[in-house]
Write a protein that binds this ligand. Structure first.
Ligand code: NAD
Length: 458
């Protein structure tokens, strides 16, 4: 039987060895899910929502232990692990409150004995292939509304957060979701590939652009529902009328929170030349206050990177920027020892010839570029193949709206960043993906619309 080793990214030590799935076990789980889904869909919505309610209560009751598991396998600082679990609760509350309304059948026409109705029916069996950086958020954004709307879910957590993935499945089973309706498959990319080969009705993926592209190629000809939530190179522009210190403190957090490993981390910053130097000084000071260390420690802000190969990506971006004339104001080095440590890094005198301003860093590294005016900022913000989020800092709402309406991104922020709301759709444009989660549309997305044309006899 094949196995999956789970390692602690803070020190490289093996913390668990899990039995992994193979093509045969994935196929067996897919067949069981197919067989079990109609009975699950036939249960009243209130019963399915009751399972979500019980799941929420279990998360609350076991929150501290679940946070420790996540921190040990991903290196997420322990306070941030608890934040993620606490942040999950309002998302569950949103699904509980909105599900019924979002998928209620609608009568859209009624005249002369003719009635027209729209019904939302479950897709059937869906595959969810997920990322490790916010395993509870990105997993549950798919799993919970998919189950609530009557689907069976085949869930492949990332190999870097498999213990957490198994915990999500365990709590859902204990909450009353049948094992066959919510099946977890364990393993790396090849297990993901095996999952794609199954008879599924939808594929919901969260991860990198490269893998998203491979998945789209693998299933493209099958006309499945396909959603891809991918990476970004999220820009923010700080106008000259913004408070440089307040903006710097907010954006340093937006760039470095979760050790910079958020899909909506601030990845590049443009600052109006009039306040550039004051902003940079305050930014470096804010970063200097971030404590890097043991992720289990309560005062740690910067932990290890979850994936070791990312150390090379960050080192290469910094080296490329240096070689092209950038200045590294702080950080820039791989830390010593067996863990995956990279110093929080601030780079200035950057431009768009440099990888640091073009390719996703996904780590505690930021480039800050000086701009002359709004037009230059807009041009640079749009000079990317990605389009996940973008932000503007200015006290002037009209100016922010004017700028952000010209920026290609799924979510835009005024005087805030690195923020996700269950009430708003989460989506990307361009290479940041297709489809969406969250909001009422992120509930409906797990259904297909069925049109009813009903004529009264006689
Ligand atoms: P990844 O693409 O390496 O892996 C994601 C998942 O795909 C994992 O479960 C992995 O095992 C699986 N996989 C790998 N190869 C596969 C294949 N050939 N077929 C099927 N499955 C395969 O990404 P990651 O490192 O886990 O996540 C980081 C990326 O995710 C970043 O780019 C980040 O921006 C992005 N992300 C996006 C969002 C969003 O909402 N847009 C949210 C979180 C993370």
């Amino acid at each position: 039987m094949s196995t999956l080793d789970i390692r602690n990214p803070a020190n490289g030590e093996r913390i668990a060895t899990l039995p992994a799935d193979d093509a045969a076990s994935v196929a067996a789980k897919a067949q069981s899910a197919r067989a079990a889904q109609p009975a699950w869909a036939a249960r009243p919505l209130s019963e399915r929502l009751e399972c979500l309610r019980a799941f929420r209560a279990a998360v609350v009751a076991q929150l501290d232990a679940l946070a420790v598991t996540m921190t040990r396998e991903t290196g997420k600082p322990i306070r941030m692990s608890r934040n993620e679990l606490n942040g999950l609760l309002p998302r569950i509350d949103f699904f509980l409150a909105e599900c019924e309304r979002s998928i209620a059948p609608e009568t859209v026409y009624e005249e002369g004995g003719m009635r027209e109705q729209i019904e939302h029916v479950p897709l059937g069996v869906i595959a969810n292939i997920s990322a490790w950086n916010y395993p509870w958020f990105v997993g549950c954004n798919v799993i919970l509304p998919a189950l609530a709307t009557g689907n069976a879910v085949l869930y492949k957590p990332s190999e870097y957060s498999a213990l957490t993935g198994l915990e999500i499945a365990r709590l859902l089973h204990e909450a009353g979701v049948p094992q066959q309706v919510m099946a977890c498959v364990v393993g790396a990319g090849e297990v993901g590939s095996a999952l794609l080969a199954q008879d599924v009705d939808g594929v919901f993926f969260t991860g990198s652009h490269g893998t998203g592209r491979r998945i789209a190629e693998a299933v493209g000809s099958r006309f499945l529902k396909l959603q891809l939530e991918l990476g970004g190179k999220d820009p923010t522009y700080v106008c000259e009328d913004a408070d440089p210190k307040a903006a710097a403190e907010s954006l340093a957090d937006g760039a470095m929170y979760n050790t910079g490993q958020s899909c909506c981390s601030v990845e590049r910053i443009y600052v109006h030349e009039k306040i550039h130097d004051a902003f940079v000084e305050a930014f470096v000071q804010a970063v200097g206050g971030f404590r890097m260390g043991d992720p289990m420690s309560e005062d740690t802000y910067i932990g290890p990177l979850t994936r070791r190969p990312q150390l090379d990506v960050l080192a290469a971006q910094v080296a490329d920027a240096r070689a092209r004339g950038a200045t590294v104001l702080t950080g820039g080095r791989v830390g010593g020892g067996a863990g995956n440590w990279f110093e929080p890094t601030v780079v200035v005198n950057v431009d768009h010839t440099m990888e640091i301003m073009r390719e996703e860093s996904f780590g505690p590294v930021i480039g800050i570029q000086k701009v002359r005016d709004d037009a230059e900022a807009i041009r640079l913000m749009n000079d990317t193949r990605y389009g996940l989020t973008a932000g503007v800092y200015t006290p002037d709402e009209a100016r922010a709206r004017r700028i952000l309406s010209q920026v290609h991104a799924g979510s835009v922020y005024w005087n805030c960043c690195d923020r996700v709301s269950p009430r708003l759709p989460w989506s990307g444009v361009g290479d940041s993906g297709v489809g969406l989660t969250l909001s009422k549309y992120g509930i409906q997305t797990f259904t297909r619309t069925k049109a009813w044309h009903l004529r009264q006899a006689g």
